[in-house]
Structure formats: structure tokens, C-alpha cells
Design a protein around this ligand. Structure first.
Ligand SMILES: [Zn+2]
Length: 267
């Protein structure tokens, strides 16, 4: 890649943001370089959510960019959920917290666009969820045990009352969160959300009864969850893995059947 030329303004930008101010670069590239720099600065200085990094004039001066480039960089930072511009007195570029739901949705959009297949999701889920399960069994403490027991109890109430069953998928995300490995937890969240699109809708949904998740299947999922928790709590990793594999295979079977009877907009 060609080295950007230095600006002819006499300002001496730091080497770190040199590429941002390079006049030879097209505006979108300069804006994305500036957004990268601001994001890196927020991360390295561990700035708190809500903290004002600076006003628009201050930041334009500091980074030596045009207003147009700066505003485009702000748009990118807002899109990335890194920072947003607060107008008015006391305003400026404010650090924001990325929302998990937005990140999950964006990943799902990409995989859907890539025409991800159920088979791939199932493959990924087995590998990732078994890795999570191993860590969860190793790291489980008293509060984790209490949390798992509450989850199972909550599911039992839902099944008894024939309430919303979409929460059954939440079991996998909660179990993953107890692995104390955030990347694994995020992957499980994304894959679980996506597999939901390949699965029969909730008992509580408006779809006709034949298209909805059968109460017997919901009850079977709940029993499988309870059995997995039992093995996890007793520290029996081999049994926990065996039960999780069997459960994911069963979930995959009814997703497969649902997709192949035309129930899903994805194939
Ligand atoms: Zn499940």
C-alpha cells in the first residue's frame, strides 16, 4: 500500500494518526482511519461509558481533519456503537456501550446473507457448546449452581403453563455464560438466535397449531436441559457432554423437519 503523503499545512500529526490526515487518501478512507484511531484511543485509555472525549471543534483541531471527514468518522463510530455525538451545551463525542443485541443481529444478518445452512449451524453449535460445557463444569461455583437450578425451575413453570417456549433457547446462552469465556458465550448467542429461525415457532405464537413447536417437543427439550444441569452440577463432564450431544441432535432433527416441510424462510 502506498504511503500517504503528509499534509502541507505545517501541522505535525503524531505518527499514529498520520494516515488520517494524509491528503492523498480519499475522504472515506481518511474518515475510517480517523474512526479507527478514535476507537483505539477509547479502548486503550479505558474511557468510561458516558465520558465526553471532546467537542467537535476540539477534535477537528486535534486530529487535523476537515469537518466533513470528522463527521463521516462520527457516523462510523455511531454505527459501530463506539461513540455518539451529543449536540448542545456540554455536548461532544460521548463514549457509548455496544449493545449485545445489535451485535448479535448484525452477525445473524451477515450469516443469513451468506446463506448459512442448518447443517453448518449445527456443526458449529456442537463444537462451541461442548467447549463451553467443559469450561462450565470446570468453573462452576455455588452461585452458578443456583442460577442453573433457577433456570430449570423457570422452564418447568413455562412448560406447565404452556407459556412462551422461545425462552428454552435461552438455556444454552445462560449455560455458555457460566463458562466465563465471553467469546464463546457470544458465539453461542449468535448461533442460538439463528437456529431459532430454522425452528418451529413458539407454542405462544399465532401460527397454526401444526406449525408451532409441539408441546411434547418443548417438554422433551426441557427434560434434556434438566438432565444436562444434573450432570453439570454433579461435575460429571462425560455424562454432561453425552446429554448435550444427544439434545443438540434432537433439536437439529426437529429444525430439519421444520425446514423441509417449508416452515422457514431460510433453507
Ligand atoms: Zn435446548
Amino acid at each position: 500500500m502506498a504511503k500517504p503523503t503528509k499534509p502541507a499545512t505545517g501541522e505535525m500529526p503524531s505518527p499514529r494518526n498520520d494516515h488520517v490526515t494524509g491528503g492523498a487518501l480519499p475522504k472515506p478512507k481518511r474518515a475510517s482511519g480517523l474512526a479507527d484511531d478514535i476507537e483505539a484511543e477509547i479502548n486503550s485509555s479505558r474511557r468510561a461509558v458516558g465520558e465526553v472525549i471532546g467537542s467537535e471543534p476540539e477534535l477537528i483541531l486535534r486530529f487535523g481533519v476537515s469537518r466533513a471527514v470528522f463527521r463521516e468518522a462520527v457516523r462510523l463510530l455511531e454505527q459501530r456503537e463506539v461513540a455518539f455525538m451529543r449536540r448542545g451545551p456540554g455536548g461532544g463525542l460521548v463514549v457509548t456501550a455496544p449493545q449485545e443485541s445489535v451485535v448479535r443481529r448484525a452477525a445473524a444478518t451477515l450469516l443469513r446473507f451468506e446463506n448459512v445452512q442448518l447443517k453448518e449451524l449445527v456443526e458449529a453449535r456442537i463444537d462451541i457448546e461442548l467447549a463451553c460445557l467443559t469450561l462450565t463444569v470446570q468453573r462452576l461455583d455455588e452461585s452458578g449452581i443456583a442460577h442453573l437450578r433457577e433456570l430449570v425451575e423457570h422452564e418447568a413453570t413455562l412448560i406447565r403453563s404452556r407459556g412462551s417456549t422461545s425462552e428454552l433457547r435461552n438455556f444454552h446462552v445462560e449455560l455458555a455464560s457460566l463458562s466465563n469465556n465471553r467469546p464463546l458465550w457470544l458465539f453461542v448467542s449468535i448461533l442460538t438466535d439463528l437456529q431459532g429461525e430454522f425452528s418451529p415457532p413458539d407454542i405462544g405464537s399465532l401460527q397454526s397449531e401444526s406449525r408451532r413447536l409441539a408441546p411434547a417437543d418443548a417438554a422433551a427439550s426441557h427434560s434434556a436441559h434438566a438432565a444436562i444441569v444434573e450432570a453439570v452440577v454433579s461435575g460429571d463432564l462425560a455424562v454432561a457432554i453425552h446429554r448435550m450431544r444427544r439434545h443438540l441432535a434432537a433439536v437439529s432433527d426437529f429444525s430439519h423437519e421444520y425446514v423441509h416441510t417449508g416452515g422457514s424462510h431460510v433453507s
